[in-house]
Design a protein around this ligand. Structure first.
Ligand SMILES: [Zn+2]
Length: 70
C-alpha cells in the first residue's frame, strides 16, 4: 500500500501518451481525457448539442415532419 502511495505523489507515468486538449491545447488529464478539464469537456459537448458537428439524419427528419403538418 505504501508503495502505491509513494508512486502517486512521485512522478506519475502516464498510461498513454498525453495528448493536448482539443479545446485549448493544454495537456490533458486522465480524469477528463482527452480534455484538460471539465470546462473544456463541456465546451466540446455543447458544440455537439448546437450541431456544429454534422448530424444530417436528425435535421432531415425534422424537415420531413414539418412538411406533413399543414
Ligand atoms: Zn482544455
Amino acid at each position: 500500500m505504501a508503495e502505491g502511495d509513494e508512486q502517486r505523489t512521485a512522478k506519475v507515468e502516464p498510461l498513454r501518451k498525453a495528448l493536448p486538449c482539443p479545446e485549448c491545447r493544454r495537456p490533458s488529464t486522465r480524469e477528463n481525457y482527452p480534455f484538460c478539464s471539465d470546462r473544456c469537456r463541456n465546451l466540446d459537448l455543447s458544440r455537439w448539442l448546437k450541431g456544429s458537428y454534422a448530424i444530417p439524419v436528425a435535421d432531415d427528419e425534422a424537415k420531413a415532419d414539418d412538411d406533413y403538418r399543414d
